[in-house]
Design a protein around this ligand. Structure first.
Ligand SMILES: Cc1ncc(COP(=O)(O)O)c(C=O)c1O
Length: 409
């Protein structure tokens, strides 16, 4: 097996030299000529049964070669035998719930908060016919019932960067599949399948695409779990457009470099924000006390702390964001530019206030996705936005722990 950066550059491209092309081919066909309709029927049957490919793609909702290349590359990065791409991260979450619960006759999900607000809202809405129990990471076992079809976790979690021990969750669940949303870590920093996750999910809209210009999702898993996901994708039409597949595949080549560079900036900014009088709690896995379980390090669950951080503000967070001139005030993350957003107003707005607060996401928390700008320029902008109302003689309390209780913040 090749090393990470090599896999990122070469994954899904093995046959390009033989084809005599250098850039990834984009196949925009919606339908494919089938001179032999009997053989075409067999191809359709294979795909409808969940096969990764057949003698003909038949129709673009069944299979697309450009998307399949991206899937192959992502699976190689995650260390799984397969991956299945979708039109968005939420379409991927939906398909995983359908595969693990609806197809198997299960009606219950256990989730560990916080998770992305859209996922949280989908799970609590009942829209997919499942009921969700929210548990803390150490009490997942207590929440499992015979009807439980899926356990949903994120680490680092959106938006407060909580870390959880994937293997410790997996050890509690018996046969119940675990989906780990790996959007924040990316395969550069973490491969949840190696710790027992059944499904590894990404909003490809974030770091995989990496430039804020493509919406997509992908699930890496073993081939036996990929088949049902493909069947669901065919039936629900939750397909990724081939241009999206191309852009996310192209993004993979620079993913390690982008994540490593943004992470360096995030480590620096987390330390500076932690010392700034305009912030309260600062949350980044690099900060002292942020990783008590030792989940980050060589041979550990994560190879680095990542490039998203969060902090509470002493002043109204909306006022702080309004003063920013360089940092982009927008939801989403993992782009080349630094993005800031206010979770309780935006990404986690639909999570009930009490539940949000209880999961360590206070109302004055801002989430910052560090981009690739010069770190001193990002800092200058944050510093001026946070400093406007700081009293000259204010001395910040020394405690800025990672995971203090939400109450009072
Ligand atoms: C961690 C995480 N998972 C899933 C999603 C949903 O992805 P998408 O917006 O691509 O549907 C998001 C979106 O913000 C996210 O941050």
């Amino acid at each position: 097996m090749k090393r990470l950066r090599t896999t990122a550059v070469h994954g899904g491209r093995d046959d390009l030299a033989d084809l005599g092309v250098h850039a990834l081919p984009i196949d925009l066909s919606t339908t494919y000529p089938i001179p032999d309709q009997v053989e075409g029927g067999h191809a359709l049957q294979h795909l409808a049964e969940g096969a990764a490919h057949a003698t003909s793609p038949v129709y673009a909702r069944l299979h697309n070669p450009t998307v399949a290349r991206f899937e192959q590359a992502l699976a190689a990065l995650e260390g799984t035998s397969a991956a299945v791409a979708f039109g968005s991260g939420m379409a991927a979450v939906t398909a995983v719930v359908q595969a693990a619960c609806v197809l198997t006759g299960k009606s219950h999900v256990v989730a560990v908060r916080p998770i992305y607000g859209g996922t949280d809202h989908l799970l609590s809405s009942g829209l997919l016919g499942v009921r969700t129990t929210y548990a803390t990471a150490d009490r997942v076992a207590d929440a499992i019932t015979p009807r439980t079809g899926l356990v949903v976790v994120e680490t680092p979690a959106n938006p407060n960067l909580d870390l959880l021990d994937i293997a410790a969750v997996v050890a509690q669940v018996g046969d119940v599949p675990v989906v780990v949303d790996n959007t924040f870590a990316t395969p550069v920093l973490q491969n949840p399948a190696a710790f027992g996750a059944t499904y590894v999910l990404h909003s490809g809209t974030k770091y995989l695409g990496g430039h804020g210009d493509v919406l997509g999702g992908v699930v890496a898993c073993a081939e036996e779990h990929a088949g049902p996901l493909r069947q669901i994708r065919i039936l629900t039409g939750a397909v990724l457009h081939p241009l999206g597949g191309y852009l996310m595949h192209r993004g993979l080549a620079t993913l390690p470099l982008r994540v490593e560079a943004a992470q360096r900036g995030a480590v620096e900014l987390a330390a500076r924000l932690d010392a700034h009088p305009g912030t309260g709690l600062v949350r980044h896995p690099s900060l002292p006390g942020a990783d008590p379980a030792g989940l980050i390090g060589t041979g550990a669950q994560m190879r680095g702390p990542g490039a998203v951080l969060a902090f509470t503000t002493r002043e109204d967070p909306a006022a702080v964001v309004r003063r920013l001139r360089l940092v982009t005030p927008a939801v989403s993350l993992g782009s080349v530019d630094t993005l800031i957003e206010h979770p309780s107003a935006l990404t986690h707005r639909l999570v009930p206030d009490a539940a949000r607060e209880a999961s360590g996401v206070p109302a004055n928390l801002l989430r910052l996705s560090v981009g690739l700008e010069d770190v001193d320029d990002i800092w200058d902008d944050l510093d001026q936005a946070l400093s406007s109302h700081c009293e000259e003689d204010y001395i910040k309390p020394s405690s800025s722990g990672f995971r203090e209780p939400a109450a009072g913040h």
